[in-house]
Design a binder for this molecule. Structure first.
Ligand code: LM5
Length: 449
């Protein structure tokens, strides 16, 4: 291995209880909210073709005009309790909230810049009431923070001159001040989701970022920090130059989902996902494919089946209300989660060979395995392959626990599970109680040979 001063400081997953709880969340909500929600991807009747939260980078609006949106920020319909209730009904166990996106507008009254809610007509803190409302619903909070800050005069994409270097040193101090401010103001926040760390200026800051990460962990023991925060000695991000994950979970699964367990390299991870193809902030015109409830349930199942969390994005409007399409999606996902969440919460990769009918999840530390069915075979029989020394004690429908299903052994450790035809085409769950003969004590199973 390459000797590194600022590479990964831990080899495997964290083993503490705070991270174990994070690992079991299964389903989360992402909130992208800020000044960009006011134009909503449109300006003077012209449509911005990129992601709505990047509209400031469009040459269709003078930067100063965008920045003056602060004087229009007065979300009269903002109701943190109703946002939290929507997330609760969806079955989200955590929420990731944008405290500051790339445009630099702070949803909390930061002492270190004037570009915050405190200097908007709204005046009040947004983050505090959101953290309290979500915590009251039993939902943990992760704070999203963009290092790149287009409003800060000291921000640089790269450091070319002495002047750049002096300016960026000031920017680094500002960044540290804001992160420590957030951790001190919102002590119940469980962790940080970083963004805007891909530019040349930041990937040179291995020592600074490493020191700051250590300082944040000392200030908030148990803090969960994503892999997108710091670069290693050679500017490598997410994984250091020895291929080891920096931070506590992989953040790279943005709008994409791994296909096989080898893709996650034994790391904790979350997948953050948009409802349209690529819109995080509110966009009036939701063009292209809008994901359906069934698609989003399948994405959730797929993520949990590979040991990750699925985090679905909501982009509230400039007035603070959540659009009907998102409310309806949350309700539809929630209807399924209310019946089937046992197959999602505190479940991980089951270690079984994937079958065409859907996804296996394994209940952490138990003999229970769930089959989340999306594709019913024309035979009506669901194939299961188990590792040696493992067999099926019982099979039942999660929605009707006292129904036992017929288990047909078709060869060594291969079975067909038979269910009766179903009236609707909704995803459903078969629960398997497995018994592991001596020699296979783990909660998950080696891949069936
Ligand atoms: C979570 C999303 N991240 C921001 C973004 O621009 N991602 C695009 C991107 C993703 C990965 C590397 C570079 C750039 C989007 O604006 C959202 O905030």
């Amino acid at each position: 291995t390459i000797p590194l001063k600022h590479g990964a400081h831990r080899i495997d997953k964290r083993t503490d209880s705070v991270m174990a709880k994070w690992r079991g969340y299964g389903l989360g909500q992402f909130i992208h909210w800020g000044l960009y929600a006011i134009p909503g991807g449109e300006w003077n009747g012209k449509t911005y073709n990129g992601a709505a939260e990047w509209i400031r980078s469009w040459n269709g609006i003078p930067k100063s005009t965008y920045d003056s949106l602060i004087y229009k920020f007065n979300p009269t319909k903002f109701n943190p309790e109703s946002w939290a209730k929507t997330a609760k009904q969806m079955g989200a166990k955590y929420v990731t909230i944008t405290t500051k996106h790339h445009d630099g507008f702070c949803l909390w009254p930061s002492k270190y810049t004037k570009y915050t809610v405190a200097n908007s007509p709204y005046k009040k803190d947004i983050i505090g009431p959101l953290v309290n409302a979500y915590n009251k619903e039993g939902i943990d909070v992760i704070l999203y923070f963009s290092i790149m800050d287009w409003n800060q005069p000291g921000w640089r994409y790269e450091i070319k001159t002495k002047e750049d270097s002096i300016a960026f040193e000031g920017f680094k101090k500002f960044t540290r001040n804001q992160l420590l401010e957030l951790l001190n103001k919102y002590p119940t926040a469980k962790g940080l989701w970083f963004d805007g760390t891909w530019d040349k200026s930041w990937v040179k800051q291995a020592a600074f970022a490493d020191e700051l990460e250590k300082e944040m962990r000392a200030l908030r023991p148990g803090l969960i920090i994503g892999s997108r925060f710091r670069p290693d000695d050679f500017g490598k991000r997410h994984n250091d130059s020895n291929g080891r994950l920096m931070g506590d979970y992989e953040q790279g699964w943005e709008r994409k989902i791994p296909n096989k367990i080898e893709d996650v390299h034994g790391n904790d991870w979350d997948c953050v996902m948009t409802v349209p193809e690529n819109q995080w902030g509110y966009n009036k015109a939701w063009n292209g494919h809008i994901k359906t409830v069934n698609e989003l349930i399948e994405m959730t199942a797929k993520c949990v089946s590979l040991g990750g969390n699925f985090v679905l994005n909501f982009g509230p409007k400039g007035d603070g209300s959540i659009r009907k399409e998102e409310i309806d999606l949350a309700a539809g996902i929630g209807n399924w989660m209310r019946v089937n969440n046992e197959a999602i919460y505190n479940c991980q990769y089951a270690g079984l060979e994937k079958q065409d009918w859907g996804y296996f999840t394994g209940k952490t530390g138990s003999n229970k395995v769930y089959m989340i069915i999306f594709n019913v075979p024309v035979s009506g029989a669901f194939r299961v392959k188990l590792p040696a020394k493992t067999s099926i004690t019982t099979a039942s429908l999660l929605e009707q626990p006292n129904t036992t299903l017929k288990v047909e052994e078709i060869s060594e450790n291969q079975y067909f599970i038979h269910t009766s035809a179903r009236a609707d085409n909704k995803p459903f769950v078969i629960v398997l109680d497995l018994n592991k003969k001596a020699g296979n004590a783990s909660g998950t199973y080696e891949k069936a040979k």
